[in-house]
Design a protein around this ligand. Structure first.
Ligand SMILES: Cc1ncc(COP(=O)(O)O)c(C=O)c1O
Length: 381
């Protein structure tokens, strides 16, 4: 069997033609395709505003910056995520404070958020792990009680729903990523969506050096050359050919999500009765979009040996995630005690990510599942 990755893009001829037509046009960056992509994302999500940027990481960075939080502020987030989530807090000179996760969904635990709140807490960044929305109702109640901003890192969860409403309509700011392993891709890319006009205006400037081109009021009505740098922004612009790819991919998102759900169901049917494996739990009030399909092994199987066995079988199993506080930068800067996070630690030691991507064939699923059974027979103590 050829190598089966844990995730990969699906680019078709339509996508290629859209990109080529932009490459042949006069605008390859900061042209009309950006707004068209943003409008298409808003229409899909059902929200008012969108700012497309060059990565999910950039989107997180300007989302935090747009809140303009006072020096010394803390933002509570999950440690069970990619480092970009909490790095965005540090980029902005603020302090990440981690809360433990729930043992069933691996999403941030609202009860632990509550325990971690101090007078310096100003926001929460919650991550919809693997594509399953967090307990948004509980998080919103906490935010309202303590007057906190909410940022939803939905890099795993475009198209997911909570109580029948699409993600992108709950937090003050919601982040998407268009990296190739995600549901739709622009190569690299990301976006912030919001229903708050003021935040949208700030984000639009922060994407491009914090520069306001509408600066006539400073230099007079004839000064069409005028621009004014209002904030310390960076160059986080996405190109028009990437946006063209995004528009084309977005048309297929519903179908990509259906395929991921079919694959998840197939894994579930076959693995349900394997006693050393715990399958992901899905809450009743959500639509899960399965960016990742993970399983938990019980204590009778050594996860690292299992990982090695699967990799030797040419299966690109992976590990999402090493808890952020374990990375050496975080250890040196914050010296966080892993014992504070018993659930994250337990999950980290037992979890493994199986391949999951829309183009995955029935034959590949069968091969992965057969290899899991063989690994278990081989490794069970
Ligand atoms: C939860 C989460 N947040 C943020 C990011 C960063 O996105 P990007 O790779 O587009 O910068 C990722 C990427 O994997 C992610 O998984």
């Amino acid at each position: 069997m050829d190598f089966i990755p844990y995730g990969t893009q699906w680019i078709d001829e339509d996508d290629i033609n859209e990109v080529v037509s932009v490459l042949k046009s006069d605008w390859i960056t900061t042209g009309p395709k950006i707004k068209e992509f943003e409008d298409a994302l808003c229409a899909y999500v059902g929200c008012n505003y969108c700012v497309a940027v060059n990565s999910g990481t950039s989107a997180l960075d300007i989302a935090v910056q747009s809140l303009n939080l006072p020096e010394g502020s803390n933002i509570i987030t999950t440690p069970f995520t990619f480092v970009a989530t909490s790095n965005a807090i540090i980029y902005n000179g603020l302090k990440p404070v981690f809360a433990d996760i729930c043992g069933d969904t691996f999403n941030i635990d609202p009860e632990d958020i509550r325990r971690k709140i101090t007078e310096d807490t100003k926001a929460i960044i919650y991550v919809d792990y693997a594509g399953q929305p967090c307990d948004i109702k509980a998080i919103r109640e906490i935010a309202d009680e303590f007057d906190l901003y909410l940022i939803e890192d939905a890099c795993h969860a475009i198209g997911a729903e909570y109580d029948g409403i699409k993600i992108g309509n709950f937090a003050d700011l919601t982040i998407f990523s268009f990296h190739p392993v995600k549901h739709i891709t622009t190569g690299e890319g990301g976006a912030v969506v919001t229903n708050d006009e003021g935040l949208y205006e700030r984000l639009s400037l922060l994407r491009s050096h914090g520069i306001d081109k509408d600066a006539q009021n400073r230099y007079g009505p004839d000064a069409s050359w005028a621009y004014d740098m209002k904030y310390l922004g960076r160059n986080y612009r996405i190109t028009d050919f990437q946006a063209a790819l995004g528009i084309s991919q977005l048309k297929k998102l519903g179908w990509f999500i259906d395929k991921r759900n079919e694959l998840a169901l197939r894994y579930q049917e076959i693995l349900r009765d394997v006693d050393v494996v715990t399958l992901p739990e899905v809450k009743d009030n959500v639509r899960h979009v399965w960016h990742l399909y993970t399983i938990l092994l019980d204590g009778s199987i050594d996860r690292d040996e299992f990982f090695k066995y699967m990799r030797n079988a040419n299966i690109g199993v992976n590990l999402h995630y090493i808890p952020v506080y374990r990375h050496s930068y975080y250890v040196e800067k914050f010296g966080i005690d892993a014992e504070e996070f018993p659930v994250t630690e337990d999950v980290f030691k037992r979890i493994i990510t199986l391949p999951m991507f829309p183009r995955m064939s029935e034959q590949q699923v069968e091969y992965v599942v057969t290899s899991i059974s063989q690994a278990i027979d081989h490794l069970k103590k």
